[in-house]
Design a protein around this ligand. Structure first.
Ligand code: SF4
Length: 203
């Protein structure tokens, strides 16, 4: 079987590629018009290409067209789940069309290794996009391999981004980090203000 594997970045490629290539001929497709700004798109791509080059993995890069992503997610403002579904469908759809044109049998995505993505929505989007293109969607769930992907990407010194890809996700990730910082600060302050257990209870 020949599989065209959609890859969002180098760290997420590691484990899905190893799993799939054990039983299939796998090439990688970098199709990510969601990533912004362009310098971030290029940094993730170059990280992936460096690893693929070292490992002899074939990579197809589809043209960077952020306007396609903007059109796909139009109308999802304030609806993060809807935005991500549209984003999955666009990206997997681009890969499915490419796979059909190049004679691949099936498509899979490295998004399925990330615990930050929605596996149900990935499956639905993947099946719809692949069915329209006439190729099979491999609805694998690689999330149990995420710790290995994290460890290996650190050992390899890969660039590891701290937001999903689109500009709204960059703002959301920054806000979530700030919330966690504030919660840790509040918890430390509460611990400092607690009376000592052995002060005055006679124990
Ligand atoms: S958060 Fe990630 S999956 Fe969701 S729309 Fe943005 S780039 Fe796409």
């Amino acid at each position: 079987m020949r599989v065209l594997l959609h890859a969002c970045c180098g760290p997420c490629l590691l484990e899905p590629y190893d799993v799939l290539s054990a039983d299939a001929e796998v090439a990688v497709c970098y199709a990510n018009p969601n990533i912004a700004p362009a310098a971030e798109y290029e940094r993730r791509r170059d990280t992936l290409l460096a690893y693929a080059g070292d490992e002899g993995i074939e990579v197809v890069e589809l043209p960077y067209a952020p306007e396609r992503w903007a059109a796909a997610v139009a109308g999802t403002e304030g609806d993060r789940a809807g935005r991500c579904r549209a984003c999955y469908e666009l990206r997997i759809g681009m890969v499915a069309t490419e796979a059909a044109a190049r004679g691949y049998d099936a498509v899979a995505t490295t998004l399925a290794v990330s615990p930050y993505q929605d596996p149900g929505a990935i499956r639905e989007a993947g099946e719809a996009a692949c069915s329209a293109a006439g190729v099979r969607f491999i609805a694998a769930d690689f999330r149990d391999r995420y710790p290995d992907a994290t460890r290996r990407s650190r050992e390899l010194g890969m660039y590891r981004q701290n937001y999903c890809g689109c500009l709204p996700s960059e703002a959301e990730a920054a806000a979530e980090r700030e919330e966690r910082r504030a919660a840790r600060k509040a918890s430390r302050a509460a611990a400092r203000s607690e009376p000592s257990r052995d002060s005055g209870d006679g124990a």
